[in-house]
Design a protein around this ligand. Structure first.
Ligand SMILES: NC(=O)c1ccc[n+]([C@@H]2O[C@H](COP(=O)([O-])OP(=O)(O)OC[C@H]3O[C@@H](n4cnc5c(N)ncnc54)[C@H](OP(=O)(O)O)[C@@H]3O)[C@@H](O)[C@H]2O)c1
Length: 244
């Protein structure tokens, strides 16, 4: 792990940058000199993030949008390609838990929304940013998934399925880009002190969990130009790297 300005002049797109792990990722990347393209729905939170990034001597482009707006993802890809000619890193972090519920009791509307945000939007991001990432000298992609994809505990079926689908897609994509300079990997956070975790485990004392800023440096290490793994999961729980 390093704080040296290894990401100077790099454009880094982070989804779900308004709070939780995504916000900490944005701050960590800014500390390492990156230009942050910060996506989220909450305008005020994006503006606060922008102020903090400026105070670190870095800069940001704010993208207030919801990820279910797939044509907005297409427009964003085109706009970034036009402005920068490339994208150096994509961090697909945004996600939602949905309701923990027996599979048979899930509402079809919520099923579609969780799959849209956790899975389909990430496909649309890959589709929209494939070319800009290939135009970078060392395009790097990290998707934030979850060990729930494997554990698939009772009542976690929708969230687990959305993350398992994400893993499968990233594994295929990583194989497809093997001969390019782009690398695509998955990161599993451990239980982290965020709003999503509090919703999943309301009885848990959040202060027993690590703050997102303890997790973020490990994710930002994975977008460094000299990070050459591809098609791997970095599991924060055991700090273990394995094939997807
Ligand atoms: N916290 C944990 O213990 C844990 C464990 C394993 C995996 N993860 C994964 O880590 C990632 C980050 O989770 P977190 O705990 O930091 O969650 P969080 O605190 O709930 O933050 C979620 C982020 O996603 C954004 N987002 C949600 N729905 C969106 C939508 N429809 N369009 C655009 N942005 C949207 C939110 O921003 P707005 O509301 O402003 O849009 C927010 O910035 C997720 O992929 C999660 O599955 C977390």
């Amino acid at each position: 792990m390093t704080n040296s300005k290894k990401l100077k002049n790099k454009q880094v797109l982070i989804t779900g940058a308004t709070r939780g792990i995504g916000r900490a990722i944005a701050i960590e990347a800014a500390k390492r000199g990156a230009h942050i393209i910060a996506l989220g729905r909450t305008q005020g939170a994006l503006e606060e993030l922008d102020d903090e990034i400026s105070s670190l001597g870095a800069s940001a482009t704010l993208v207030p949008m919801k990820l279910e707006d797939f044509s907005a993802i297409d427009r964003l890809g085109a706009a970034i390609f036009e402005r920068f000619g490339k994208l150096d890193a994509l961090i697909g972090n945004a996600g939602m838990l949905g309701t923990l519920s027996p599979v048979a009791h899930l509402s079809p509307k919520e099923f579609d929304k969780v799959m849209a945000v956790n899975f389909t939007a990430n496909y649309r991001l890959l589709r929209s940013f494939d070319l800009p990432l290939k135009k970078s000298e060392n395009g790097r992609i990290v998707f934030i998934s979850s060990n729930a994809a494997q554990s698939a505990k009772p009542y976690w079926g929708l969230y687990a399925a959305s993350k398992a689908a994400l893993n499968a897609m990233v594994k295929s994509y990583a194989g497809e880009i093997e001969k390019t300079t782009v690398k695509a990997n998955i990161f599993y956070p451990q239980a982290t002190r965020t709003a999503m975790r509090a919703k999943a485990m309301p009885g848990e004392d959040p202060m027993t969990l690590p703050h997102p800023n303890k997790i973020a440096p490990f994710i930002i290490d994975m977008i460094a130009p000299d990070y050459n793994e591809n098609g791997k999961i970095f599991d924060m729980r055991g700090k273990e790297l394995r094939d997807i």
